[in-house]
Design a protein around this ligand. Structure first.
Ligand code: NAD
Ligand code: ISE
Length: 351
C-alpha cells in the first residue's frame, strides 16, 4: 500500500517534490495538497487527483493523510511541524526547520517529548553523491583531521519572494548544515562581512556576503553567499585536512573545445544541481515515514543550523563576532553525525 501523503506548499519545490513522489519514486500517493494560493493548489490537485484543503492545518487533520510534506515558505514551517507532531504524523519538512531558534527549540522539545523521531529536515546536500563521497573520505581519515572548509554557494538569481533575511536563514543555512556534517562538529562562533554590493542586483540584498564559522573543535569555515551571480548555480566546497584536501569537482560532465576556447556547463538552478540528492532524501524518508518514524537530518540539525543563522544575522548587524550557546541535546538525537548509515553509500568514496 502506498503511503498517503499531504503536501503543504505547491510552489517551486513543492511541485518538484510532487513530481518525484508521483513519477520517479514508488511507494507514495499524494492524496491532499494545500497552499495559501488556492488557485495554484487547486490546479495541482486537479492534475494529480488529490483533495485541496483550505489550510495546512486542515490537511494535517485529514484522516486520509498519513504523512506530511511541508514545502511552504520557511517562516510558515514551525506551526505546521508542531501540528503534525501533535497529530503524530511523520513529516518531511523543507529547510529551514524554522526561521527562529525559539521555534526550532519548541519543535525539538515536542519531538523529544514524544520519545521518537517523526521529522526529517530537507538538508538534501547530505544525500548528494559528491558531498557523501567527501564525508566518507574525511570520516575514513584520508585527509587527516579536517581543519578548514571553504564553501561557495552561488545562485544565478532569486525570486521576488526572496527577502533580505533569506541570504542567511534560507541560503546560508545549507552551508552551515553541511559544515556541521562534514566536520562532525558544532558551530561555536560566527562573523559576517558583506562585500561591495552587486550593482546588477537588488538594492535591498547584502549580496555577496561572507560568513566565517568557528567550530567547537577549532576548525574554520568560510562561506561565500552570492544570490544574483547571473551565470548559473555554482556550488563549490573544499575541506583542508592535516595531510590532504578533498574538494567537490567543479567540472561539468564534458568540456567543449571549440573556436579556440574550452567551455563546460553550469547548472541553471538547485533543481538541476541537486536532482539526485532530492530523489535520495525522499528514498530515505519514505520507508521510515511508512513505518511511523524518521531518520536522516533531524530537528536537532534544524535547530543547530538556525541557531547559527540567527547568530550570523546578529554578527552582520553588529559587526561583532557572535558566540553560540546550544541547549542540551536530547538523547533522541544522540547520533553525532546524522544517521545515514554506511549502507546508504551512493558510490564508493574510492581507495
Ligand atoms: P515558492 O515561493 O516557490 O513556493 C512556496 C509556496 O508556499 C508558494 O506557493 C506559497 O504560496 C506557499 N505558501 C506560503 N505561505 C504558506 C502557508 N502559510 N501555507 C501554505 N502555503 C504557503 O518557494 P520554494 O522555492 O518552493 O520554497 C519553499 C520552501 O522550500 C522553503 O522553505 C525553501 O527554503 C525550501 N527550498 C529548499 C530547496 C532545497 O534546495 N532544499 C530549494 C528550494 C526551496
Ligand atoms: C533555496 O531555498 C534553496 O534551498 C537552494 O538550495 C538555495 O541554493 C537557494 O539559495 C535557496 O533560496
Amino acid at each position: 500500500m502506498p503511503l498517503k501523503i499531504g503536501v503543504i506548499g505547491t510552489g517551486m519545490i513543492g511541485e518538484d517534490h510532487i513530481r518525484r513522489l508521483t513519477q520517479v519514486l514508488s511507494g507514495a500517493e499524494i492524496v491532499a495538497v494545500s497552499d495559501v494560493d488556492a488557485r495554484k493548489a487547486q490546479a495541482v490537485a486537479d492534475r494529480i487527483g488529490a483533495r485541496r484543503h483550505e489550510t495546512g492545518e486542515a490537511l494535517i487533520a485529514d484522516p486520509n493523510v498519513e504523512a506530511v510534506v511541508i514545502a511552504s515558505w520557511g517562516r510558515t514551517h514551525a506551526a505546521y511541524v508542531l501540528a503534525a507532531l501533535a497529530a503524530q504524523k511523520p513529516v518531511f519538512c523543507e529547510k529551514p526547520l524554522a526561521t527562529s531558534s525559539a521555534d526550532c527549540r519548541r519543535i525539538v522539545e515536542a519531538e523529544a517529548a514524544l520519545g521518537r523521531r517523526l521529522v526529517q529536515v530537507g538538508f538534501m546536500r547530505r544525500f548528494d553523491p559528491a558531498y557523501v563521497a567527501m564525508q566518507r573520505l574525511i570520516a575514513a581519515g584520508r585527509i587527516g583531521t579536517p581543519l578548514m572548509f571553504h564553501s561557495v554557494h552561488r545562485n544565478a538569481s532569486v525570486p521576488p519572494s526572496y527577502i533580505p533575511a533569506m541570504i542567511l536563514d534560507d541560503t546560508c543555512v545549507h552551508d552551515i548544515d553541511i559544515s556541521r556534517w562534514l566536520l562532525a562538529d558544532e558551530v561555536k562562533a560566527v562573523t559576517v562581512k558583506s562585500a561591495r554590493r552587486n550593482s546588477k542586483g537588488r538594492a535591498d540584498l547584502a549580496d555577496p556576503t561572507l560568513v566565517l564559522l568557528e567550530m567547537a573543535q577549532g576548525g574554520l569555515v568560510d562561506i561565500e553567499i552570492s544570490v544574483q551571480i547571473g551565470y548559473g548555480y555554482d556550488i563549490r566546497g573544499e575541506v583542508v585536512g592535516e595531510t590532504g584536501t578533498v574538494a567537490l569537482s567543479t567540472g561539468s560532465p564534458v568540456d567543449l573545445r571549440s573556436a579556440g576556447a574550452v567551455s563546460g556547463h553550469v547548472p541553471e538552478d538547485w533543481r538541476e544541481r541537486f536532482i539526485t540528492a532530492y530523489d535520495e532524501e525522499f528514498r530515505h524518508w519514505l520507508p521510515a515515514a511508512a513505518a511511523g518514524s524518521a531518520t536522516g537530518p533531524s530537528c536537532w540539525d534544524g535547530y543547530a543550523a538556525t541557531l547559527a543563522t540567527e547568530a550570523a544575522a546578529r554578527a552582520r548587524d553588529s559587526g561583532q563576532t557572535q558566540t553560540i550557546t546550544m541547549i542540551d541535546k536530547p538523547a533522541l538525537y544522540a547520533s553525532p553525525n546524522g544517521d545515514q548509515g554506511p549502507e546508504r553509500t551512493i558510490f564508493a568514496a574510492g581507495g
